[in-house]
Design a protein around this ligand. Sequence first.
Ligand SMILES: Cc1cc2nc3c(=O)[nH]c(=O)nc-3n(C[C@H](O)[C@H](O)[C@H](O)COP(=O)(O)OP(=O)(O)OC[C@H]3O[C@@H](n4cnc5c(N)ncnc54)[C@H](O)[C@@H]3O)c2cc1C
Length: 324
Amino acid sequence: MSLLVVCDHDRGHLAEASLEALAFGRPLAVAAGLELAAVVIGVGAEVASTDLAAHGADTVHLASHDLLTDFGPEAWGETVVQLVRATGAKAVLACGTDRGNEVLAQVAARLEVPFVANCRTVQPTDGDWSMTRIQWGGSLLEDATLSADVKLVSVAHHVVEAAPADSPAAGAVAPFRPNLDPSLSATVVVDRVVLRQGITLATSPVVVGGGRGVGSAEGFEPLEELASELGGVVGCSRAVTNNGWRPHSDQVGQTGTRISPEIYIASGISGAIQHWVGAMAAKNILAINIDPEANMVTRADHAVIADLHQVIPAITAEIRRRRG
Ligand SMILES: Cc1cc2nc3c(=O)[nH]c(=O)nc-3n(C[C@H](O)[C@H](O)[C@H](O)COP(=O)(O)OP(=O)(O)OC[C@H]3O[C@@H](n4cnc5c(N)ncnc54)[C@H](O)[C@@H]3O)c2cc1C
């Protein structure tokens, strides 16, 4: 009987988050008296699975089928369900990324069992498992008890390091061919776009953020100029993406990207909790806002209470003046 870890990859390139799930799964499997198994699904699974033994997988299931090319939540979910039934797996674990949680939600619905997402700790027993999970982007910790024949759990992203095991496991490869109906390809990848090369929002040392106060898509041009002068990138709030002014890939927050720059310049952003949880790891925050009571202003290291349309160009001009 096994603890099955669902490993995510993109055309053979294994997601680091999957190695976090294996690192979390190793002591969990031991404590639960289960073998640690991994499943890698679709085209490129063999290439993606090469390091899994080093990360503790006793068995590596490689699932293949014509419908399993790029990621598809319904087909991936049904594949995991069939593998659980075929192997008698007692628990399924994934990293709590969007994809990991989506696949486990599919599995939960198909098996009609509960699913606990974004766990920080899990204590298995012979019967129920108890766990602490992260809610509201990290602002709330919730204790839960999971009672089910097959336990479905995702581990919150970044709560463990993706370190290899002290000694490698067997990594026995076991091909698996699920029986999939074409109706399972309801959601498929139709296009792939590389949004940005080099510095990303998640890794940039400087982020110039804009919120509803920016006012329009064109209003972001001065923010782009400032970001360019500082060697950074532009981020934004959800109000901005909702208005279609910037793509979702620029969104900072609970349902966007978590940033940790040296400095976050947050302009025209109120600092709602869902935005704050994505920005709070910034080492310095400069808020620019007309409202001195705005959350972002009261939490920032520095604040300018003024119209961002005047302040941002003024900062850029001053930088250029000093650089001559
Ligand atoms: C489940 C859920 C998930 C969410 N996830 C996210 C998320 O990931 N990221 C996110 O950002 N939000 C998220 N939200 C939305 C969040 O609750 C807020 O609605 C959003 O962050 C507000 O965006 P904002 O600060 O740009 O707009 P507002 O709250 O409208 O604030 C605009 C600010 O601009 C200031 N301002 C106006 N004009 C100027 C000016 N000329 N110069 C300077 N300042 C000015 C105002 O004083 C105000 O403080 C989520 C909400 C929910 C329910």
